[in-house]
Design a protein around this ligand. Structure first.
Ligand code: HEC
Length: 165
């Protein structure tokens, strides 16, 4: 290969890289546009966990129609939670959000909390699939604490105020 052919090839490869990077950048919606979908998904997760709690309260647990599919939802959501908080999707996005700036100031800690949720949700799914009632009751308590441990520092207390019944 001549030097100039080599150079043309390098330029072509570089151009391809730029094009790919641009596609990836455009494929991601801007941070502000991710707030509403993330809240919807968090609400789904909250609804799924509540549905499991309701089964426990009812006393006659419907594993196949309620607990197992809802544990699956919690697990699925937990896997992605850490992708939902890109930089720029806090209050500075000027879209209604309860996400506090502390998330991005202490992102390592926030990530740790997200990973804890993933571990707890995996365990929740395990005990659900095993139809282990004692295990389920214990794990619902455990995961509930993990939700709260992240909400306390990273979600505005206005959320509770705005959602009072
Ligand atoms: C890693 C941190 C973290 C964990 C863990 C976490 N959350 Fe959240 N959650 C947030 C943040 C931050 C918000 C605020 C998001 C916003 O308003 O943009 C939120 C918001 C919510 C909302 C309100 C959504 C809305 O606007 O209607 C619900 C419901 C919710 N979370 C449920 C849960 C449940 C249930 C769990 C545990 C199974 C959980 N979260 C675990 C960080 C977390």
């Amino acid at each position: 290969m001549s030097m100039s052919a080599f150079r043309i090839r390098c330029v072509a490869v570089a151009a391809l890289f730029v094009a790919t990077a641009a596609t990836v950048a455009f494929a991601d919606p801007p941070p502000a546009a991710q707030i509403k979908p993330r809240q919807d998904k968090l609400r789904d997760m909250g609804g799924a966990l509540k549905a499991i709690t309701d089964e426990i309260k009812k006393g006659r647990i419907d594993w196949d129609n309620a607990v197992i599919p809802n544990a699956q939802t919690v697990k699925d959501r937990s896997v992605y939670i850490l992708n939902w908080f890109p930089k720029g999707s806090g209050p500075e996005a000027h879209v209604k959000t309860y996400a506090l700036p502390a998330i991005w100031q202490k992102f390592d800690d926030f990530t740790k909390q997200g990973k804890q949720l993933q571990a707890d949700a995996a365990k929740l799914q395990q005990v659900a699939n095993a139809k282990d009632e004692a295990g389920l009751k214990a794990q619902v308590q455990t995961i509930g604490k993990t939700c709260k441990a992240c909400h306390d520092p990273y979600r505005s207390p206005d959320y509770e105020k705005d959602n009072e019944e």
